[in-house]
Design a protein around this ligand. Structure first.
Ligand SMILES: Cc1ncc(C[n+]2csc(CCOP(=O)(O)OP(=O)(O)O)c2C)c(N)n1
Length: 648
């Protein structure tokens, strides 16, 4: 059977469809998304929830002349299917394929790049102001989820938009969920609004849209007066319904809640919204996972699954896989919290992703999900620390970027004891440049008082967490996404010495001094360094391997001693070369006047955005593999070239 979807090359075709065809198309889109996501994984429940909403927006607004700004973009698969990317859709999130989020390079319909939450209202407001200053005429629509609305930026943008009074439509895609259940006072407020009967708001919208006659070019005073009176009386509907009153008071016209799966209703609502002047918020109620019972029943599990079986709804998992770093971290945290009442866990809307869900289950009173609010999370942790607790802020490396100033100003400048557990450090794979955690060593190590470490494996992660919790001042540890190495875990926690690296091979420093080269590996790159050294030995090149453990403070004694003797150093890290661990080593050698005596190569990511794709592909591409490290050492030992180089 030919699909309607196959005839949709852009919104123009969508706009010609009859209601029954639209219904069919919605089903085809759902099927297409489930089928394609089942192969390699991706965002599922958020997309199934916005099929009708996306269709209605593209059908009613004149995209791409009218501008549609999505928040996060994890729910933009439908948007991609409707905007000329149907044929490439099966490549989504794969190396060289479509992005899993929004990218301006990818399509003129992707108005503003996204992936970190809560940006859409700010970006849309900027576009609206630019439009007006240039005397242009088009609509700007932001689509934001109730989860993303918990982010400070979204609230800052509402504050600004409510007073600037620009023509701007904000669609609140309210499914009561962030990844897990949404949290916070605003969420509870919206829950009340959700129970309100829709019809008064709908009547008000229609009447107001009719009243927009005063915006037509030829209009008499009389008509304007009528419209003005109409607008006044429609305010009463809002007072009557109380729905969204808080937003009305902030300067928005608020409409809804509307059923986000009723396509004709949504289209009618947006047709009317188009005619309303000033900033408008439309609350649309959707169900995450809509149309596929597995995802409807557990949208958290199906928010962003890996590959799965369409028919049975089972997510592929290999039996006997080692635990993930996240699991090991979360178990260790709970284990430590059992014995110490002062330990508290903080997550910014990532209870599942960070493993903090375990803290929630075991110690609900010592667990805080603050919403998508990384900045607040950090300063909140600062307050907890001053108050005498031991806060562990578990925030992905990429999302902690949001709270850079809070880490500096609120934590480090006051030397507060906050532990930053940065999950998803290094390349994360298919989620791509916006989500790779490749900047944190750099942004953490430049801040006075901050200590920076990374474990070589999951056993060391446990010891590092313990060490971090029982030291003073701010401290951060980073660990990667996904499966750990499967090493045995020590029964008791050990305190690691601050600023002390581990010499892995050979076992004595005297022997290490006799090697041809020293590989200083940071974090989980130690495994690749060890493998490289093993293979090099077979060809007669001997490399010492050091597990650096600390990027700050560095183990100066060990690094200087080996550098002076061996004079060839390779650093390895799953991070940008600029500002990272290798840079720290360079700074040390330079400070001690040794740079001219030591040949050094830095393995890490170059100064460009690291694209999306399987981590194995990316690591191969950028040389984070044992074979590349081997080549780098080999070339260094063989070559006469002096100085330091980025090893690509
Ligand atoms: C700054 C930031 N923190 C955390 C995340 C991770 N994250 C991705 S989607 C999501 C939930 C978003 O909820 P909502 O906006 O309601 O969209 P829904 O998935 O419910 O459609 C979160 C927390 C993020 N993208 N950005």
């Amino acid at each position: 059977m030919t699909r309607i979807l196959d005839s949709i090359d852009g919104p123009a075709q969508l706009r010609t469809l009859k209601p029954a065809q639209m219904r069919q198309l919605a089903e085809e889109i759902r099927r297409e998304i489930i089928e394609k996501v089942s192969v390699k994984g991706g965002h599922l429940a958020p997309n199934l929830g916005v099929v009708e909403l996306t269709m209605a927006l593209h059908a009613v607004f004149n995209t791409p002349d009218d501008l549609l700004v999505w928040d996060i973009g994890h729910q933009a698969y439908v948007h991609k299917l409707l905007t000329g990317r149907r044929a490439q859709f099966h490549t989504i999130r794969q190396f060289g394929g479509l992005s899993g989020y929004l990218r301006r390079e990818e399509s003129p319909y992707d108005v503003f790049g996204a992936s970190h939450a809560s940006t859409s209202i700010s970006a849309a407001l900027g576009l609206a102001v630019a439009r007006d200053l240039q005397g242009k005429d088009f609509k700007v629509v932001a689509v934001i989820g109730d989860g993303a609305l918990t982010g400070g930026m979204a609230l800052e943008a509402l504050n600004n938009a409510g007073s600037l009074k620009k023509n701007l439509v904000i669609v609140l895609n309210d499914n009561e969920k962030s990844i897990s259940d949404n949290v916070g006072a605003l969420h509870h407020y919206l829950s009340k609004a959700r129970q309100v009967e829709t019809s008064p708001s709908y009547r008000r919208l229609r009447e107001m849209a009719k009243g927009s006659i005063n915006k037509l070019p030829v209009v008499g005073d009389k008509a304007r007066e009528v419209a003005g009176r109409a607008e006044m009386s429609f305010k009463n509907f809002v007072m009557y319904s109380k729905s969204g009153q808080i937003f009305e008071e902030l300067g928005f016209k608020f409409f809804g809640p509307f059923d986000g799966h009723n396509l004709p209703l949504l289209m009618d609502v947006f047709e009317n919204i188009k005619r309303i002047e000033g900033p408008v918020i439309v609350q649309v109620i959707t169900k995450k996972g809509k149309g596929w019972e597995y995802a409807e029943n557990d949208s958290t599990k199906w928010h962003g699954p890996g590959a799965f079986d369409y028919a049975t709804g089972t997510i592929t998992k290999n039996a006997g896989d080692p635990p993930t770093y996240t699991e090991v971290f979360a178990n260790a945290l709970v284990e430590l919290a059992e014995k110490d009442q002062s330990i508290v866990g903080i997550t910014a809307a990532m209870a599942e992703g960070t493993g903090l869900k375990k803290m929630h289950q075991r110690f609900p009173e010592r667990y805080f999900d603050v919403g998508i609010a990384e900045q607040h999370a950090v300063t909140f942790a600062g307050g907890l620390a001053v108050g005498g607790l031991r806060p562990v802020a578990a925030i992905y490396s990429t999302f902690l970027q949001r709270a850079f100033d809070q880490v500096i100003h609120d934590v480090c400048m006051q030397d507060l004891h906050v532990v930053f557990a940065m999950d998803r450090a290094g390349v994360v794979g298919e989620d791509g440049p916006t989500q790779h955690g490749v900047f944190d060593i750099a942004f953490m190590r430049i801040i006075p008082n901050m200590k920076v470490m990374a474990p070589k494996d999951e056993n060391e992660l446990r010891h590092m967490l313990y060490t971090a919790i029982y030291m003073d001042g701010p401290v951060s540890l980073r660990y990667p996404r996904g499966k750990a190495l499967g090493v045995p875990l020590d029964a008791t926690f050990q305190k690691l010495e601050v600023g002390k690296a581990e010499l892995i091979s050979p076992t004595t420093i005297e022997e290490a001094e006799q090697q041809d080269c020293v590989i200083l590996a940071y974090g989980t790159t130690v495994a690749q360094a060890e493998q490289a050294a093993k293979e090099l030995a077979e060809s007669g090149i001997h490399a010492a391997v050091v597990n650096a453990r600390w990027a700050k403070p560095l183990d100066e004694e060990l690094i200087l001693r080996l550098s002076k003797k061996v004079r060839r150093v390779v650093t390895v890290e799953d991070h940008m070369v600029a500002g990272g661990f290798g840079s720290a080593v360079l700074e040390l050698l330079e400070a001690r006047g040794l740079l001219h005596e030591v040949d050094i190569r830095l393995v890490g990511y170059p100064d460009r955005l690291i694209e999306h794709g399987a981590p194995s592909i990316l690591k191969e591409l950028y040389g984070l593999t044992s074979s590349h490290i081997k080549d780098v050492v080999h070339n260094l030992v063989e070559s006469e070239s002096k100085g330091y180089e980025l090893a690509h």
